[in-house]
Design a binder for this molecule. Structure first.
Ligand code: NAD
Length: 444
């Protein structure tokens, strides 16, 4: 089948490449001409494990192509996916302008009946509004069916998430559109049926509800972590204890320095806005969001306390900058709030991240980017783990200790055994680990 994917970002490019991989003929279109020029020669605009191989293979085989001009849309293509941004407006509501522009470009540059699938995350009710908006483009011989098909891939494992999805949610009033999507997705559901059909508003709501639930679990643990520190409990043990209940499970119960990224923050804001605009107080969501805003400041607070609230000229090494491992995405990453606060307090910030130092340096030119974690920690007064890239797991703490001038290790992701780290002469400070620490001032 011929497919066009509009938007070649984290979602659009992965979707396009995966559809091509299973034999569909895919055109990816983006208004960013520079991006398109690079993609035409197989250069990816972002880092996503395994995606380069997929793009290269399908480009060579002629099943995947890139263009920047809607005037050149293939007349034979009848299914269009929209995967453009839906960022926050200043008031927290969802900005639908990119989706509307993409939809209008498709409608204006096609003739026959088409199906337009909205992969972008849109608030419940958007499909209905879009249907009203494009009424003028439909006439007797031409129908434009809209489908909500929210994306659940995770950056860092996007290719496998897309090739082996947990579920594929499709929401539409059009039986024809739903059956076409069933055929399109058939290669991904051979093992068992993963397609869940529903109305468009429920499909849109499912995406927000899923992200909100995951964010809630993390904020809940972060809130508990604070109490754990006060009462001498360990949030890590609590997670194991809770998670062993099969009704709860272990996932997304990690306390840390807060959630960020391109989806959770903006989606929670959009859901809060949607609830409020329908007179349904978003009490739980507001708490989830506020706990997270505070959590982003927690690490700096701990560093400040350790150094008696004087960070002037202190050298702070930060390990990891992306909002999570295996991605170069820094949108709303906790690292940004941390760097900003540290710089304001007069600290000298040295950073190491395997992928995204360049983009962070553009935002904060005074930080020092380093060639490896030990280099970042050279002469540092403290080291803080911000993003739990796997490469940090085998840290040589003996070497690290010799590199640093201070002895504080802040484990923002609770990745290390405190006793092990302390056995190398460090003061270990984690999150929610209520225990007597060896630095002078108790952090609790
Ligand atoms: P992105 O910013 O990485 O990419 C969006 C692309 O769309 C950009 O390349 C941009 O140039 C292009 N674009 C914008 N307007 C266009 C237009 N009118 N025509 C053609 N191209 C246009 O965005 P993303 O992270 O891929 O997110 C896309 C959508 O998917 C958002 O709604 C997001 O919430 C949702 N989503 C994202 C993820 C994720 O992990 N990134 C996961 C699930 C859902």
């Amino acid at each position: 089948m011929k497919i066009t994917v509009v938007g070649t970002g984290y979602v659009g490019l992965v979707t396009g490449a995966c559809f091509a991989e299973v034999g569909h003929v895919v055109t990816c279109i983006d208004i960013d001409s520079k991006k398109v020029a690079l993609l035409k020669v197989g250069v990816l605009p972002f880092y996503e494990p395994g995606l380069d191989t997929l793009v290269e293979r399908n480009l060579l085989d002629g099943r995947l192509k890139f263009q920047d001009d809607f005037l050149l849309l293939d007349e034979e293509c009848k299914v269009f996916f929209i995967a453009v941004p839906t960022p926050s407006m200043p008031d927290g509501s969802c900005n639908l302008n990119y989706v509307i522009n993409a939809l209008q470009s498709i409608c204006e540059n096609t003739k026959g009946s088409i199906i337009v699938v909205i992969k972008s995350t849109t608030p419940a009710g958007t499909i209905f509004k879009l249907e009203q908006l494009i009424q003028g483009y439909s006439f007797q011989e031409r129908t434009i069916d809209l489908v909500s098909n929210p994306e659940f891939l995770k950056e860092g494992s996007a290719v496998s998430d897309c090739m082996k999805p947990d579920r594929i949610i499709v929401g539409s009033n059009s039986k024809y559109a739903l059956s076409e999507l069933r055929s399109l997705y058939a290669p991904f559901t051979l093992n068992h049926d993963r397609i869940l059909e529903m109305d468009a508003a429920s499909s849109e709501m499912t995406k927000y509800a899923s992200n909100a639930m995951l964010a809630t679990r993390i904020s809940f643990m972060n809130e508990l972590a604070k109490t754990c520190e006060k009462v001498g409990a360990n949030i890590h043990s609590v997670r194991i204890g809770m998670g062993s209940d099969s009704r709860i499970g272990y996932h997304f119960l990690y306390a840390g320095i807060g959630w960020g990224g391109s989806c959770f923050p903006k989606d929670i804001r959009a859901l809060m806005d949607l609830s409020k605009s329908h007179d349904c107080p978003a009490t739980i969501l507001e708490a989830v969001y506020n706990v997270n805003q505070k959590q982003k400041g927690l690490l700096v607070e701990k560093i400040q306390r350790y150094f008696d609230f004087d960070l002037q000229n202190k050298v702070v090494a930060l390990w990891g900058l992306s909002f999570k491992p295996d991605t170069d995405d820094i949108r709303e990453a906790p690292s940004l709030a941390i760097i900003e606060a540290l710089l304001k307090l007069g600290a000298h910030v040295r950073v190491y991240d395997p992928i995204c130092m360049g983009s962070v340096k553009e935002l904060y030119p005074t930080i020092e980017v380093c060639q490896d974690p030990y280099h970042a920690s050279q002469q540092a007064d403290c080291t803080a783990l911000i993003t739990e890239w796997k490469l940090f797991r085998s840290t040589d703490f003996k070497k690290l200790k010799m590199n640093m001038q201070g002895k504080a290790f802040f484990d923002g992701r609770n990745q290390f055994n405190p006793q092990m780290v302390e056995s190398f002469g460090f003061d270990y400070i984690g999150i929610g680990q209520g225990r007597v620490i060896s630095c002078e001032d108790s952090l609790v």
